[in-house]
Design a protein around this ligand. Structure first.
Ligand SMILES: Nc1nc2c(ncn2[C@@H]2O[C@H](COP(=O)(O)OP(=O)(O)OP(=O)(O)O)[C@@H](O)[C@H]2O)c(=O)[nH]1
Length: 521
């Protein structure tokens, strides 16, 4: 994968990571915050609800107290006058007042009178069974009634969502004075609709359930405290609403029914909406940052490295090792370019040295055939373009095998070096080139030299070698002569053709006795 793709992938991963982690962290943090706020609000709502229920029940109690027949009822409790019961405690009068049933008890708890306002809808229990000591309600009703004549409420579970609310009042006269003559128990069916109505008044979604399955799976959140009455509050967290329950208790404080509040999680939903918006903003910002980071990496790193890579590739393709790598800026990449330039310089030096070695004869230090051939070709091309003369002198040591055999191979090498020296002596012009073509065969390239001049050069070499006979290398020079063939290039002639004619002339010199110069026609 290229650097650009890698940096793009890197910033994308970075952006996604930052965005994702940020969103995850933020949603977790805010989620817990929303939960806390919701719980506080729920607790307040529940307190309000319980207070509303208590008010509603208190109002019913007051309604019962305001009944106009209390004095007559007290007489009935004492004298048990059947006419009173017939007139005021009949099923019809109960139905008119909306009660389910009614019972009159003596001060000792004996059932004096019981009447139902309607068939026992929602309950199969008789009044006597409800009031027996075996039931929680019966036991609760045996507790002393509140002295101020307030209703002592007892809730009796019934079927479905129905709860019977039993109001326990002492039978006093209308002034509320004196000893109670017994107890009046009224039972009112409080249906789901009635409870919901109370909930609506409290602006809450409310249900009341008879005691039944306890909410074991629910968590106890806290307590709600309407007035002095603290009651545990159970919560079943959920979406899209929390459900909370607490118990309605009877006059003895025993559980009578569940009251459940459904609390829509609007705050949290709104919070999540806000969070989504913030998440989108975060994602946008992360994407912008990522793009910015990518642009910066691309500008500062990728483009400059790619430029450097292109420059190096061009140098390699063109085999041009001139140090010229350049990048903008002054940093590690620029230092890398400088190091590259050092390397290129070194390569150039090595190449130059290698080329020199490759074109030089190791023994004599003269140019070798690899250097001679291109020079001859270039000289001929120049002549073809501009005119002028080019000549070649082929030089070959005479009887060199015998020389070697006589004086030894080392002496032969020394003789070849002397011959090379002689060639250098006569090839004085800058455009002249003396070369060893191989073995004991040498050549002289004379750019701008015609045949006559070439012969003069050859004669000069002959003289120089002969002069060596008078010098310290006398013995060697006496033993070494050369034969030479001279040729001037004809117009349009190839290097091979010129060399072949010079070689033919040399062959002729050999054939005519050696130590002589022959010119090609
Ligand atoms: N010492 C030495 N001898 C070399 C070198 N290169 C070639 N020779 C010898 O040069 C000799 C050339 O022998 P030939 O080709 O028979 O020619 P020649 O003996 O000079 O006879 P002509 O050319 O006909 O006069 C061989 O014995 C090679 O071994 C070298 O670098 N050093």
């Amino acid at each position: 994968m290229g650097l650009r793709a890698q940096s793009l992938a890197g910033v994308l991963v970075f952006a996604l990571g930052v965005g994702g982690l940020g969103f995850w962290g933020l949603s977790g943090y805010l989620g817990r915050g929303f939960d806390r706020i919701e719980q506080q609000a729920m607790r307040k709502d529940f307190q309000r609800l319980i207070a509303t229920l208590d008010d509603a029940l208190a109002q019913k109690g007051r309604g019962a107290r305001e009944w106009s027949h209390w004095t007559a009822l007290r007489d009935y409790a004492r004298n048990r006058n059947p006419q009173f019961a017939e007139d005021n405690l009949s099923p019809a009068s109960l139905r008119a007042s909306g009660l389910s049933w009614l019972a009159v008890l003596s001060p000792s708890g004996e059932l004096i009178h019981a009447v139902r306002g309607e068939p026992s809808a929602g309950s199969t229990q008789t009044v006597a069974e409800v009031l027996s000591e075996q039931t929680p309600a019966g036991r609760a009703l045996r507790q002393p009634a509140p002295p101020a004549g307030r209703c002592a409420w007892v809730f009796v579970p019934s079927l479905g969502e129905e709860v019977q609310a039993l109001c326990h009042l002492p039978i006093m006269d209308s002034s509320g004075q004196g000893e109670p003559a017994g107890s009046l128990i009224t039972a009112e069916r409080m249906e789901a609709a009635a409870w919901r109505d109370m909930g609506t008044r409290a602006a809450l979604d409310l249900q009341v359930y008879p005691l039944g399955a306890a909410p074991e799976a629910w968590a106890v959140l806290d307590e709600v405290a309407p007035g002095q009455d603290r009651r545990p509050l159970w919560v079943l967290p959920g979406e899209p609403q929390h459900r909370m329950r607490t118990q309605l208790v009877d006059g003895a404080g025993a559980p009578a029914a569940w009251v459940e509040l459904r609390w829509p999680r609007e705050l949290r939903l709104q919070g999540i909406e806000v969070l989504r918006g913030a998440g989108g903003l975060l994602a946008g910002l992360a994407a912008l940052l990522a793009l910015g980071a990518y642009w910066l990496v691309d500008l500062r790193l990728v483009r400059r490295l790619r430029s450097l890579q292109r420059q190096i590739a061009r140098a390699r393709a063109e085999e041009d090792w001139t140090p010229r790598l350049r990048v903008r800026g002054e940093d590690e990449i620029q230092e890398l370019a400088e190091e590259g330039n050092h390397l290129l310089r070194r390569i150039q030096q090595q190449v130059t040295a290698l080329e020199a070695v490759a074109q030089t004869d190791a023994l004599t230090g003269l140019a070798n055939r690899r250097a001679f051939d291109p020079r001859l070709q270039a000289a001929l091309a120049l002549v073809a373009r501009q005119g002028g003369a080019v000549s070649v002198v082929m030089v070959d040591a005479d009887y060199f095998k015998r020389f070697n055999d006589t004086h030894g191979h080392a002496a032969g090498d020394a003789a070849l070096k002397v011959l090379a020296q002689g060639l250098n002596e006569v090839a004085r012009r800058g455009s002249d080139l003396a070369a060893r073509l191989g073995g004991e065969e040498f050549a002289l390239l004379l750019e701008g030299g015609n045949l006559g001049e070439a012969r003069q050069q050859a004669q000069a070499l002959q003289r120089w070698l002969a002069a060596q006979a008078c010098g310290p290398g006398q013995a060697l020079a006496q033993a070494l002569t050369v034969s030479m063939g001279v040729a001037q290039a004809r117009p349009g002639e190839s290097p091979g053709e010129v060399m072949a004619r010079a070689d033919a002339a040399l062959y002729q010199a050999k054939a005519l006795g050696r130590n002589r110069i022959e010119s090609a026609p």
